[in-house]
Design a binder for this molecule. Structure first.
Ligand SMILES: CC(C)C[C@H](NC(=O)[C@@H](N)CC(C)C)C(=O)O
Length: 681
């Protein structure tokens, strides 16, 4: 029982919120570098990396059902949290170990020799993490709620707000820290990007979360599990459906609720509890649509950010760092809503329970990508290296005048033959390794084409393009924004070429045949823009983040509390899991629409989602209007009283007394707690 109260709050919740902070740090920290680990360490392609990532996230929101059933029916929330946290920590350690390249790098060249080992270990790790994080999630929130007595509604509401702040505080810190850790170089035989450290720190935080939770163990109120409640619920629902079907003929009088058809076999308390759960679950039906929009922050919005200019003056923001705007806004909006907006609304006499969300997503996806050739086409570039204009006649096209030192990009069908091109016109057929998407992290992708008769070496401080053979081209190198100076070298002679770069562009630089080393070679290099630099500023995403986060504060923080307060005492974790299940469905909708529907225009997809959300908002507000708040404790108390009265009457009936004893035992625990907290207040 909660002996210690601090400012009216049980001391035990301090350990619960710290546990949540560390756990969310661990989860989001690991998640922040996961896709990059798949891509650069395991060397998976973008599609495989994205699919496995989304499958993992969806799994994390499916496993809460498992954890909730175990907690409410078998182990109780406390033991479930302890056991699953151990599973979780083992999973995180497995991830950290899987990212040590030296383990299988027997030839010491810096790359793992047995990728199978790393893949298997990381998949096992991710499975354990999904089981752990999902399993404990509904239990921790409900366990926190359990620490409050019947008359501590206000404190419990504040607890859920603080709980949400801790989620976002932990995730904010970790999404800033783990990418920095990943960027470090580490290794025994060779230095590589330090994914093991980026996974190792979240693993350590999970161990801290577990230790903190155990330290508080003497202070918690631990509600006992009440038998296999989920099995009873399923059997009871099954019986009600069967019984209703058996009595479908009109001669049988109707009952108030279809669950009442279970009355012949199951006690009224269980039926009433199932009705409460079904009522809330029914209200949840439209909710996945919110998460469908919300969870696109990590995918669509981040991709959108890669096409934007992240220069904030002294600060250059990377596309994936934009996601931290959400927790930052949560940390500011939750206190404002709780201390200012909600009390103000209440003062105005409005019963604004805030389980309502309405937001439009601004679609400002900008077009800086060029038209790429289709599979039956290839892209050609004609470069006039001479000093006079030339006329070029391409098959199927009108003759074109190509000015000196200019490039003409041209898309044609693969089988077109080109003949009789003048010697000074270079036909540059872009190879299959042409860049077709924006370079990562706002960098610029640069390559050189050597139009000289001798090989040229090109380098900058940040990249070495190597020796480029005559009439050949280099691989792409990534250059950061700002001024770059390239040194062109042939034997002992060299010259320099400088230019400025923005964000997310791609250029091909053509070195003229007329280049003379030893002098300024600024005029002897022609830059061709393959992908335009980002022109729309990333700050334009901030209104989007603001709207979606304001929606989250009104919808998700209150949703957690709502799911707790409207759940019967023996199914608190189960309803939390139901709430989290709506997140999983929302993620599946993204996967289905993004992967299967393949809507060609991004704006059309945004409009589709926004319209669906508006429709869902209307439906949800009608449903919410007809929803009547209940007090499960009150209802359960009435049933218990009735059971006691019936018990007195039926004492003489053989067998019945034992059944009632079991029922009484199961509710005794909460009664004692209620009494204890009431005397304290
Ligand atoms: C309630 C949960 C589905 C989501 C919750 N997420 C958040 O609070 C986000 N604002 C965090 C952000 C970093 C995406 C959670 O429990 O993680």
């Amino acid at each position: 029982l909660n002996e210690k109260l601090v400012c009216g709050y049980p001391l035990s919740i301090f350990f619960i919120v710290v546990n949540e902070f560390c756990e969310r740090f661990s989860y989001y920290g690991m998640r922040a570098v996961l896709v990059l680990y798949f891509k650069y360490f395991l060397r998976w392609d973008d599609d495989l990396a994205t699919s496995i990532y989304h499958t993992f996230v969806a799994l994390c929101y499916l496993t809460p059902i498992l954890g909730a059933i175990v907690a409410d029916s078998w182990l109780g929330k406390f033991k479930t949290i302890i056991y699953l946290s151990i599973v979780y920590a083992v999973g995180q350690v497995a991830m950290a170990v899987s990212a040590i390249h030296d383990i299988t790098d027997s030839d010491r060249d810096g790359t793992p020799d047995s990728m199978t080992f790393h893949i298997v270990l990381s998949m096992v790790g991710l499975f354990l993490i999904a089981l752990g994080t999902g399993g404990i999630k509904p239990c921790v929130a409900a366990f926190g709620g359990d620490q409050f007595g019947e008359h501590q509604d206000r404190q419990r509401r504040t607890f859920f707000s603080v709980f949400y702040l801790c989620i976002n505080g932990g995730s904010l810190l970790s999404t800033i820290i783990t990418p920095v850790l990943r960027a470090q170089e580490c290794g025994i035989y060779s230095k590589q990007k330090c994914y093991s450290l980026a996974f190792g720190v979240p693993a350590a935080l999970m161990v801290v979360a577990l230790v903190v939770f155990i330290i508080g163990s003497g202070m918690y109120y631990k509600a006992e599990p009440q038998g296999n409640i989920m099995l009873d619920v399923c059997k009871c629902i099954g019986f009600a459906i069967k019984n209703r079907y058996r009595h479908r003929s009109k001669q049988y009088p109707k009952r108030q609720h279809w669950m009442d058809w279970a009355e012949e076999k199951y006690d009224k308390l269980l039926i009433a509890q199932i009705k409460m759960v079904l009522k809330v679950l029914f209200l949840y039906i439209p909710l996945p649509m919110f998460w469908t929009l919300f969870d696109q922050k990590g995918s669509r919005w981040t991709l959108q950010a890669t096409t934007m200019d992240g220069n904030f003056g002294a600060l250059v923001i990377q596309p994936d760092q934009m996601q931290t705007v959400n927790p930052i806004l949560i940390l500011t909006l939750v206190p404002i809503m709780d201390s200012l907006i909600y009390p103000l609304i209440k003062k105005c006499g409005l019963n604004f329970t805030s389980n309502f969300y309405f937001s439009f997503i601004l679609s400002n996806f900008q077009k800086t990508l060029p038209t790429f050739p289709s599979t039956s086409q290839s892209q050609l570039k004609l470069l006039n290296m001479g000093s006079n204009s030339v006329t070029v006649k391409l098959p199927g096209n009108d003759a074109l005048i190509l000015p000196a030192a200019q490039v003409y990009p041209f898309i044609n069908n693969c089988n077109t033959k080109f003949t009789n091109l003048l010697p000074e016109v270079i036909l540059f057929k872009s190879a299959t390794n042409d860049l077709t998407s924006k370079p990562q992290e706002g960098n610029n992708a640069i390559r050189f084409v050597n139009g000289m008769k001798t090989a040229v070496n090109v380098s900058t401080a940040a990249a070495d393009f190597g020796l480029i053979e005559p009439f050949y081209y280099s691989n792409y190198s990534q250059i950061k924004n700002g001024k770059a100076t390239f040194t062109l070298r042939s034997g002992s002679q060299s010259c320099e070429y400088s230019t400025n770069f923005g964000f997310g562009s791609s250029y091909t630089f053509f070195i003229h045949s007329t280049l003379v080393f030893g002098s300024n070679c600024q005029d002897s290099v022609t830059a061709v823009e393959d992908i335009k630099p980002n022109s729309v500023h990333m700050a334009l995403q901030i209104p989007q983040y603001f709207f979606i986060t304001a929606g989250e504060v009104m919808f998700s923080v209150t949703g957690l509390e709502f799911s707790y307060s409207q759940a019967p005492s023996n199914m608190k974790a189960v309803l939390q899991a139901g709430w989290l299940f709506t997140v999983a469905i929302g993620n599946f909708i993204v996967l289905i629409v993004a992967e299967l529907a393949k809507i060609p225009k991004q704006w059309a997809e945004y409009v589709l989602f926004a319209s669906l959300l508006v429709a869902v908002c209307v439906i949800f507000s009608i449903m919410a209007y007809f929803y009547t708040y209940i007090d499960p404790t009150e209802i359960e108390a009435q049933f218990k009283k009735k059971i006691n009265e019936d018990d007195e009457d039926d004492k003489s009936k053989p067998g019945k007394a034992e059944v009632e004893m079991v029922k009484r035992d199961s509710i005794k625990c909460h009664d004692e707690y209620d009494k204890a907290t009431q005397t304290k207040m």
